[in-house]
Design a protein around this ligand. Structure first.
Ligand code: COA
Length: 621
């Protein structure tokens, strides 16, 4: 039985959609010494030796008996008692709400559907209706858990954003969708006089919206652009908007909607996977569909006239796996309903959807010009490629008795080393949804074992025999698998160190040296930001890098192929998305060649039965 399955077995397998919280254990607090030892072990080979020795001494002081570390750990254990999840709030703020960067590319991932073929606008509108109604149909999934998808709104703040959840018992559930068309926003009620509109009615209403939006005399400024700006800039612009009651009403309608449906104009590109992904990631800037968005809303369904379709997501209320499950549910609905003929009501009595109005002071015009310019910079700076490795996929890797995820992670490390001659702090998201309110922790994939392996693969002078390389590959995969198990069982170090740091902020007059140390800061700059987002239908997920000199690497392993979406910034002279993608392909080919050698040893799980072991090495050694 594979290692991960063994660990997951007590909870009935991976990723089942159980009701939120019910019967789930609380996230454990890892032992302090274990975290400190793992931290040092995962950084030793990534920073200069002298720096490491200084950091080691700092960690020793922090973790000494009766020292600050133990005090903070005690506070954390008390916090664990009092809260459903000791890290949720700290994590949400650190990962998202405190981040001041613009949402497109830097934060909001996108899901891209297979290219659609729309013969005419009617086809496009019918597809949009499927997007709107797909989410309202049936309840095969845990709707409680999915509540956040449709009821959240990320409100910009001057120093910190707020995730607003519409849980009010006073306010009714939202019953309208906002439709964006030609950078205008319209309120599409899906319930009128207590009756849910039929699909035919909705198409009729959308047709009215398209007509209203195309009237150039009525066009209002592209206010959605403001939401693509840095969060503090948008907060400032929003304060200016809020001075006017018309704007307040429009903002209120958008902030309380179920979701957005963006009817995009043709983008004029080649409609390749990469081109469609860019339309979802940043809309191609203001000359294309970049202003036909409202980035604060959790879900924006894009239905482009040219067949570019997908979802843009504000990431803070949910993680990628929930998003993909929701999207697959929607796509199944769309496939089923595309076979149905939607009858439009040609003499609809329904009131026309309302266009949202904006009063734009010169101050707001100024903000708009600045937001437009910044979005243009984001568009120009993104270096993005979609790469399908078609030689093999999960089936082959499983036959090697390896975890496909760990195998791919080692290939990514090899590719990075080949391109850049070093390894870097790497983030791989690991789901901790087996725990109450669990989101993710980090698998630090740049393990010492990975470094030993990639060095052996690239050091041509040393001429390491192939059989030894094969053994080192196994060791790297085992180490990766061990870290994965540690992470998904709540024993990884990133959430733990984050919580200790945040508790120290409350307790100490200044941040302890443990958290200002260069090694700690380096450990949190994820030059390689990776995530497995598998899909069972024809679609894929992508996102941008998280640091200026980094890569975003989102991969989707399929039985016979692996799809990679690689992103980086043109402004960084060291990185190249295409170069990295090609290096990943070459690495995967090399790994297969090593697998074809006779295996002297088996990849032994480095675990005791069903439980992650602590690190073998103490930090004081
Ligand atoms: N031999 C043979 N088969 C093996 C094996 C081995 N040694 N190890 C694993 N496998 C099998 C598994 O049983 C599984 O089989 P399945 O395809 O029938 O389900 C398959 O290989 C895949 O397993 P693996 O690649 O090891 O791991 P995983 O799919 O469980 O993924 C994580 C690992 C870390 C990605 C996953 O646990 C996780 O946390 N996912 C969430 C990531 C996330 O949050 N993404 C979005 C971020 S916004």
């Amino acid at each position: 039985m594979p290692i991960l399955e063994k660990v997951l077995a007590p909870h009935g397998g991976s990723e089942s959609l159980c009701p939120l919280h019910q019967g789930l254990p609380k996230l454990p607090v890892p032992p302090l010494q274990q975290t400190l030892a793992t931290y040092l072990r995962s950084m030793r080979h990534l920073v200069p030796e002298e720096q490491f020795h200084r950091s080691q001494a700092i960690v020793q002081r922090f973790g000494a008996p009766g020292g600050l570390g133990e005090t903070l750990q005690q506070k954390l254990l008390e916090r664990q008692e009092k809260t459903d999840n000791w890290v949720s709030e700290y994590w949400l703020n650190d990962m998202y709400l405190n981040n001041r960067l613009a949402l497109p590319v830097n934060s909001s991932p996108a899901v891209i559907f297979a290219r659609q073929t729309f013969q005419d606008t009617s086809d496009q509108l019918r597809s949009s209706v499927d997007c709107a109604t797909g989410q309202l149909s049936g309840q095969p999934l845990c709707m409680k858990q999915y509540h956040g998808l449709f009821s959240s709104y990320r409100l910009p703040g001057h120093t910190q954003d707020t995730l607003v959840a519409q849980k009010s018992v006073v306010m009714p559930e939202p019953e309208h969708v906002i439709v964006a068309c030609c950078n205008q926003f319209f309120v599409l009620d899906v319930v009128i006089n207590f009756r849910r509109l039929s699909e035919g009615d909705l198409v009729t209403q959308l047709r009215k919206i398209v007509k209203m939006a195309s009237n150039e005399d009525e066009r209002l400024p592209p206010i959605g652009l403001l939401t693509s700006d840095g969060r503090s800039e948008w907060a400032e612009a929003r304060t200016a908007l809020m001075k006017d009651s018309t704007n307040r009403d429009s903002l209120d309608m958008i902030e309380r909607c179920i979701c957005l449906v963006c009817l995009d104009a043709p983008s004029g590109g080649d409609l390749s996977d990469a081109h469609r992904a860019l339309q979802l990631l940043h809309g191609g800037g203001c000359s294309q569909n970049g202003a036909n968005r409202w980035y604060d809303k959790s879900l924006q369904f894009v239905v482009g006239r040219d067949g570019t379709c997908g979802v843009v997501c504000e990431h803070s209320p949910f993680d990628g796996i929930v998003l993909v499950q929701c999207t697959e549910h929607l796509l199944k609905h769309m496939t089923k309903s595309s076979k149905k003929l939607v009858r439009e009501d040609s003499v609809s009595e329904l009131p026309a959807p309302r266009r949202l109005r904006w009063k734009c002071s010169p101050e707001i015009q100024g903000h708009l010009a600045s937001s437009a310019e910044k979005l243009q910079r984001i568009v120009k700076n993104l270096d993005f490629t979609v790469y399908r490795f078609a030689s093999y996929g999960k089936t082959f890797i499983k036959k090697q008795k390896c975890s496909p995820d760990a195998f791919i992670q080692v290939a990514l490390q090899l590719a990075f080393y080949r391109q850049h001659g070093r390894l870097v702090p790497t983030y791989e998201s690991a789901s901790i949804r087996r725990f109450q309110e669990g989101r993710v922790d980090n698998i630090r994939s740049a393990t010492p074992e990975a470094l030993t392996f990639v060095r052996a693969m690239t050091d041509h002078k040393a001429a390491v025999p192939a059989s030894e390389k094969a053994q080192l590959l196994r060791a790297a995969i085992c180490a990766q698998t061990e870290y994965t198990v540690m992470a998904i069982t709540g024993m990884a170090i990133d959430n733990h160190l984050l919580a200790l740091r945040e508790l120290a902020r409350d307790l100490c007059t200044e941040l302890p040296e443990m958290f200002t140390d260069e090694t700690y800061l380096t450990s949190n700059r994820f030059v390689l930001s990776t995530s497995q987002v598998p899909t069972t239908m024809e679609m894929f997920c992508c996102y941008g890098p998280v640091v200026p000199n980094g890569y975003g690497a989102c991969y989707n392993p399929q039985p016979e192929s692996i799809l990679f979406c690689i992103s980086s910034f043109h402004s960084c002279k060291e990185t190249s998305s295409l170069g990295f993608a090609e290096a990943v392909g070459a690495s995967l080919a090399d790994l297969r060649a090593l697998c074809s050698l006779p295996q002297p040893t088996d990849c032994k799980p480095l675990l005791t039965e069903g439980k992650a072991t602590g690190p073998s090495q103490g930090y004081q050694s």
